[in-house]
Write a protein that binds this ligand. Structure first.
Ligand SMILES: [Zn+2]
Length: 459
């Protein structure tokens, strides 16, 4: 471990030598803009958006064709209402027009390729410029700072579950981690023995900030209790999975610190993040233009809409009004922290995380976590909707659990909200149910998403 001040100086020096000095210039800028007043931020964002639109119109074949077909002139886009005329870009559009979406100002081979698996199973390939990466890194550092006042040089732990992430790590990356007091742990194949080892290492390392998935942290909490291991960071940042209030409370209690949730994706990098006030996620408006759309129109604050994102700093493969596949809610209150970056809530998580019935009633993962917290014998659960009238409830329970009682109670409560039209099947497993990459999804819907299924208000 290197003393914090020295680590800070060394890391910045090393990054400057590696040609990455711009990250810190951007970070300084972002640390100021977050306190700009709302109107100034709006202006800043609109200027960035206009510049990107002009670039797309002039250099991106896909947008040249599209704008011509729809008779849209960039000079005519003067207000947000004008901007709404640009059709929403879907994952399928990106799959169908991958090369056409790349600006002719860039050579594809110079861009950094990133692939995400996507819910449909077909891999989605996105290209990023170095400039985009620089902005993303600066935003990440700003968001880390919102959690426990983390600064470069503070001990930092990342528990991550992407095999590719660890496979592509170079010696330079490892050296940089060492310089900035950063330790990374692979959660791809997590078992008790491995995690106990991680926990002991972390306990000695004393991280200021830990970043991970809620499911990995809950697993850690169990190990810490079982083997009496103490890990007390100043803050924890969660991401990639739905963080329920119950899980947040459990993690906060075990690690004795606040948990802040972050929202992002491979395609866009960081979108929003909670600050220590924990009353919504501040949108990184200098990086992304976020819309919440339902039936083609923006929703009102507090209402649920589809999250539509425009990457403001991506000029290699500009994605305008991209539907990322999530649902969210814009919020209109001011945050006590003094930052004027607008707030949002990832209310129902991914679009694939909502259970519906044939009447249009729906419940989300929060409903289930609220319901199942009443059963102390249930350790983990997962709900899978296979058809409009059938769901599977997968449970990990303690040995002494009264399965009959749990099943009848859970069934009764679900039926209270969704009626008895659903056929509910219970399955039991003996360990935590995770995806291939180690992430846990509480609710998985296998039926196609359709707004018309959502006729009723959330209960
Ligand atoms: Zn705040």
């Amino acid at each position: 471990m290197i003393p914090k001040k020295l680590s800070n100086v060394l890391f910045i020096k090393e990054q400057s030598l590696a040609g990455k000095k711009e990250i810190f210039t951007r970070l300084d800028y972002l640390n100021k803009t977050q306190y700009y007043d709302y109107e100034e931020l709006k202006k800043l964002q609109w200027e960035k958006l206009k510049k990107l639109l002009e670039h797309a119109y002039e250099t991106v074949p896909y947008y040249q064709k599209l704008f011509k077909k729809l008779k849209i002139k960039v000079s005519d886009i003067k207000t947000y209402e004008d901007f709404l005329k640009i059709p929403i870009l879907t994952k399928q559009d990106i799959l169908d027009h991958n090369d056409e979406l790349i600006s002719n100002k860039f050579d594809k081979s110079e861009l950094k390729k990133t692939s995400s698996s996507g819910s449909t199973g077909q891999p989605l390939t996105i290209y990023h410029t170095k400039e985009f990466k620089t902005w993303s890194k600066a935003h990440q550092l700003r968001n880390y700072n919102w959690c426990g006042d983390y600064e470069i040089g503070d001990n930092f732990v990342l528990l991550w579950g992407t095999e590719i992430y660890f496979k592509t790590k170079t010696l330079v990356d490892k050296f940089e981690n060492f310089l900035m007091n950063r330790k990374e742990f692979n959660t791809f194949t997590l078992n008790e023995k491995q995690l106990t080892k991680y926990c002991r290492t972390m306990s000695r390392f004393k991280p200021v900030l830990i970043s991970s998935y809620p499911s990995s942290l809950l697993f850690m909490a169990e190990i810490m209790k079982k083997y009496n291991i103490k890990i007390n960071p100043k803050a924890i940042q969660t991401t990639s999975e739905t963080l329920t209030q119950e899980d947040r409370k459990k993690i906060e209690k075990s690690f004795n610190c606040k948990v802040m949730d972050k929202y992002g994706s491979r395609e866009t990098n960081v979108i929003s993040c909670e600050c220590e006030e924990q009353n919504g996620m501040h949108i990184n408006v200098e990086n992304v233009f976020v819309e919440f759309i339902r039936d083609g129109k923006p929703v009102k604050p507090g209402e649920v809409g589809e999250v539509i994102v425009t990457n403001l700093n991506e000029y290699g493969m500009p994605l305008l009004r991209y539907s990322i596949g999530d649902l969210g809610t814009p919020l209109d209150h001011k945050c006590k922290c003094g930052r004027n970056l607008p707030l949002m809530k990832q209310l129902t998580g991914r679009k694939a995380d909502v259970i519906v019935n044939s009447n249009g009633d729906f419940i989300d993962s929060y409903f289930f976590s609220y319901l199942l917290q009443n059963f102390p014998d249930v350790k983990y659960f997962q709900i899978i909707q296979n058809t409009l009238d059938q769901i599977d409830i997968n449970l990990v329970v303690k040995k002494e659990a009264n399965k009959e009682f749990i099943e009848s109670e859970v069934k009764r409560k679900i039926e209270k909200f969704l009626g008895d039209s659903l056929d509910i099947k219970f399955n039991y497993y003996d360990k935590i149910i995770t995806e291939k990459n180690g992430k846990r999804r509480i609710v998985i819907s296998k039926i196609p998403f359709d707004w018309s299924n959502f006729v009723n208000k959330k209960k």
